[in-house]
Design a binder for this molecule. Structure first.
Ligand code: HAM
Length: 537
């Protein structure tokens, strides 16, 4: 590296990756308040917190969310975990080694390499350090079988028996072909959502043996490679809840939504609108019948649709209803409505969900176009929008997903849940002026003199112990400097401790907003500050 390049690299300023951001104080205080409210409200409905890994096997998401969804087809952060470099090199050598049957040495080397490869891979496979997917297992088995067959033929002196030479070559080709398919690592994905993980955990921990239903909530970062804009990030945060097992009684759907609206109310979200819909039952004919009708109707207007919707007619016709394209709105309005095609059971279920929402005093609007972007939903779907967010105005999405646990290898299990986009919720709170957080310290300790320093340290300790936020300057400051620093930090009070205060045992407290100053004994001061805190909180 030349000096100039080295200098240039030195100057490179690291920045957060596009679509990710740092959340900083004082805003993080609002995040904490929102999260704390979720902990409290969800607990009152009997939910317990689950903390999930941030990455999982890619297949978990692909299978649950669906291959044709935007999330799986283009937005996942997927990587091969621990590609084993030495083994990768060996694999490459085996695949590219030229084998002429005349050259017995080469054949011997090839045999040794395959043997070595298989003996290295087996324990890794057993320890799940390389993918145990059915495809990987099959490829490894094929390499092993072809290798054994190759050896058998060699023992049969294939080289001196022309009739065995073609089968020998065929095994060598088979080894190379199958080895190409072997993945020397695990394919993992940074979670784009957490419903799939909760279902995986439900199965993995045999939660069907617990009293049903199991009510879980989570919060944390999710990852989707979307085009960043206001309210849309590549690392974003969700607060979600899932209820698994037990019945699919409409009362469950209504209560989940009630809990959500209670939470939004408690955090002070204003102007939120709840939209609901029922998209029918996948296993029953209602959804399949509707999708067929929708597809037929879409085919008729195909020319008038944009390329995305045209593509979706084949891959995922329901998603056309989600289109925000202005030019498609009038056409979509003419398409058949799912409500007219629900089977009796789904119709009754939906009607009862709505009735129970009314009983609970939850206001909603029906939106027949609300189909949601993930494949696992059935029956009830819902979304909540909030003001101040521009085009990314959905602060929460959710719905019922009765088949999902079974799809992931568990027993048939009912499920419903939601996820709140925390970034968007915070934005909306801030836009509506409900995002104010208490800023600044409670008390700035302005101390002067060595004697006062020891008293100041003790005072800070005692005040912090009872919950005040206290700034204790590490170095002595002039009085004026200390007060201006207290002001800059937004402190409410300055506790002034000089030699006089210490020897008199009377401490001076200055209220910075009014400039008022009073003297207190130590216990009186604590009492006074306590009262002030109670008044302001
Ligand atoms: P979702 O609709 O994909 O559903 O996401 C839920 C919420 O996460 C959205 O309404 C939005 O507020 C937020 N969100 C999604 N993508 C982004 C992004 N790129 N930037 C910022 N916020 C975003 C789910 O994830 C389902 N797992 C919800 C669920 C739980 N369904 C049943 N249980």
């Amino acid at each position: 590296m030349s000096d100039a390049t080295a200098k240039k690299e030195e100057r490179h300023k690291f920045q957060a990756i596009k679509g990710t951001r740092d959340l900083m104080p004082p805003e993080t205080e609002l995040w904490n308040r929102v999260e704390q409210t979720a902990h409290e409200i969800f607990a009152t409905f009997g939910y317990g917190e689950i903390r999930l890994p941030v990455f999982e096997e890619t297949d978990l998401f692909a299978r649950s969310i669906g291959l044709n969804t935007d999330v799986v087809s283009k937005e996942m952060y997927t990587f091969v975990d621990r590609p084993l470099e030495d083994l990768e090199k060996l694999k490459e050598q085996i695949i590219t080694r030229p084998i002429g049957l005349v050259n017995i040495t080469n054949l011997g080397i090839f045999d040794g390499e395959v043997e070595h490869f298989l003996s290295e891979v087996k324990p890794l496979f057993d320890r799940e350090e390389i993918s145990r997917s059915p495809e990987n297992a099959a490829a490894l088995r094929s390499v092993h079988l072809a290798h054994q067959e190759m050896r058998r033929l060699l023992l049969d002196r294939a080289l001196s028996r022309p009739e065995l030479q073609d089968p020998l070559v065929a095994q060598i080709v088979e080894i190379k072909n199958e080895m190409r398919k072997v993945l020397l690592g695990n394919v993992l994905t940074m979670r784009p959502e957490a419903t799939a993980s909760v279902c995986r955990a439900y199965i993995e921990h045999n939660m069907q043996q617990l009293p049903q239903p199991v009510k879980l909530y989570y919060m944390g970062p999710m990852f989707r490679r979307e085009r960043p804009q206001k309210g849309r990030y590549r690392q974003f945060y969700q607060i979600g809840a899932e209820i698994l097992g037990g019945t699919d009684a409409p009362g469950i759907d209504a209560e989940v939504i009630e809990m959500l609206m209670t939470f939004f109310d408690k955090v002070g979200l204003q102007g939120a609108t709840l939209y609901i819909n029922s998209i029918g039952h996948n296993a029953e004919n209602c959804r399949r019948g509707y999708v067929a009708k929708l597809k037929a109707a879409l085919e008729k207007v195909k020319d008038k649709l944009g390329p995305d919707s045209q593509r979706r007619i084949d891959t995922n016709p329901l998603r056309v209803l989600d289109s925000k394209l202005e030019s498609e709105q009038a056409i979509i309005a003419t398409l058949p409505h799912i409500a007219d095609h629900l089977c009796d059971e789904c119709k009754t279920h939906y009607a009862e969900v709505k009735r129970q929402l009314q009983v609970r005093g939850v206001l909603y609007q029906e939106n027949w176009r609300l189909v949601r972007g993930l494949d696992y939903y059935m029956r009830t779907t819902f979304e909540i929008t909030a003001p101040g967010l521009g085009s990314q105005n959905a602060v929460c999405g959710g719905g019922r997903y009765d088949g999902l646990v079974e799809l992931l290898g568990g027993t048939p299990t009912k499920g419903i849940g939601f996820a709140i986009g925390e970034d968007r919720l915070i934005l909306s709170l801030q836009e509506s002026g409900k995002g104010q957080v208490q800023q600044g310290r409670d008390i700035y300790v302005a101390w002067m003199g060595e004697k006062a320093h020891a008293t100041a340290i003790r005072a800070a300790k005692d005040l912090r112990k009872v919950g005040f936020s206290v700034e204790l300057p590490p170095l002595e400051q002039k009085f004026g400097k200390a007060l201006s620093q207290a002001d800059k930090l937004g402190a409410k009070f300055a506790l002034i401790l000089g030699d006089n205060e210490v020897s008199e045992g009377l401490w001076t407290l200055k209220t910075l907003s009014t400039g008022e100053q009073s003297k207190f004994s130590e216990p009186d001061l604590l009492e006074f500050l306590r009262q002030q805190k109670n008044v302001s909180s």
